[in-house]
Design a binder for this molecule. Structure first.
Ligand code: HEC
Ligand code: HEC
Length: 293
């Protein structure tokens, strides 16, 4: 066992180990490193005392500060809710028209309506409200039941042909074929007339005969010139926008046995503020109409 001694060249102590005359220096840790190390230990001790640290059977040691990330999160959520509920109260209190005029509130309502639409409506109307066969596009200017704020609100509240709601919008197009109201020739003729109304080529003589059938059986709901009637939810037949049909075979099928699409009533499932936000959102999509003064 050799002894620790001072190395002459570096002036540092040796460890005392020696191998064939070679000795090992015992260079001390740099000061700055040691202090950082001690500071880390002190910080860790303080942390363990102040914050939740040691896992126990239920939860962890609570720490002197009583901090909990869960509590912090709940606080943030509460603040967000409080900010929202002020806006929601305003939505409840104001008329649809007044909500539309208040730029901030309009933005809030459209955002809320968009979110509620994704959850409740997109499965039928599509996530962008563009609709699909049997489900109307809500982005365009073509409205079955009307496109003013109030009309949209009523549709969303009470639905269409939704029998559970006594105030639902009703308009059963008769099953002209299935119930033998018209004979097959009349149906064929009036289908040609409808084709002609929407600007499609059709048999040249049939529409003449079909015009009479139309005036007697269809004009009440679809308008004298096929312009549609919102009181009865009768679609306009003069344009290329269709709920179901555009070719002759499907027009005949519709006249024989109409589809009678059902739109659920939402007043029993969603609160009034949400329904108002939905109405404002749908109205904002681009096809919203202004009330007739
Ligand atoms: C189960 C499918 C379904 C769901 C879900 C649904 N709708 Fe509808 N919606 C329909 C159908 C079908 C019609 C067309 C009814 C008809 O033939 O007149 C319609 C019509 C409408 C209309 C009338 C359009 C017009 O041209 O007048 C509006 C507005 C509307 N829906 C909004 C909504 C909103 C908002 C929601 C969500 C809260 C929603 N819909 C959820 C099926 C649905
Ligand atoms: C009581 C009102 C009513 C009467 C009468 C009526 N319809 Fe309809 N029609 C509707 C409604 C409402 C719709 C919407 C779809 C549905 O409910 O099936 C519709 C839809 C249609 C469609 C499909 C439109 C589309 O956009 O896809 C055609 C075509 C049509 N009707 C033709 C006729 C013809 C032709 C007659 C007369 C023989 C007639 N309808 C009589 C109410 C009526």
């Amino acid at each position: 066992m050799a002894l620790r001694k001072k190395d002459e060249i570096s002036g540092t102590e040796t460890t005392g180990h020696e191998w064939d005359g070679i000795t090992e220096l015992d260079t001390p840790m740099p000061r700055w490193w040691l202090w950082t190390y001690y500071a880390c230990i002190a910080f860790a001790l303080g942390y363990v005392i102040a914050y939740p640290a040691w896992p126990l059977v239920r939860g962890a040691t609570p720490g002197l500060l009583g901090y909990s990330s869960r509590v912090e999160l709940l606080k943030e959520v509460d603040t967000a809710h409080a900010a929202q509920s002020a806006q929601l109260d305003k939505v409840k209190a104001l008329s649809l028209e007044d909500i539309r005029k208040d730029a901030d509130l309009l933005q809030f309502a459209v955002a809320g309506g968009r979110a509620a639409f994704r959850i409740n409506c997109s499965q039928c109307h599509g996530s962008g409200a563009a609709g699909g066969k049997g489900y109307p596009n809500l982005n365009d200017d073509d409205w079955l039941w009307g496109g003013t704020l109030d009309q949209i609100h009523t549709t969303v509240q009470h639905g269409v042909r939704y029998i559970a709601d006594p105030e639902t919008r009703q308009s059963p197009m008769p099953a002209f074929g299935a119930d033998a109201i018209l004979n097959p020739e009349q149906i064929d003729d009036v289908a040609d007339y409808v084709l002609k109304l929407s600007g499609q080529a059709s048999d040249p003589d049939a529409p003449l005969r079909g015009a009479t059938v139309y005036a007697e059986n269809c004009a009440a709901c679809h308008g004298d010139a096929g312009e549609g009637k919102q009181e009865f939810g009768g679609p306009r037949l003069t344009d290329a926008i269709t709920l179901y049909v555009s070719d002759k075979a499907s027009i005949v099928a519709q006249i024989n046995k109409p589809r009678q699409g059902v739109m659920p009533a939402w007043s029993s499932r969603l609160d009034e503020a949400t329904i108002k936000q939905l109405a404002v959102y749908v109205h904002s999509l681009g096809g919203g109409e202004m009330p007739v003064p």
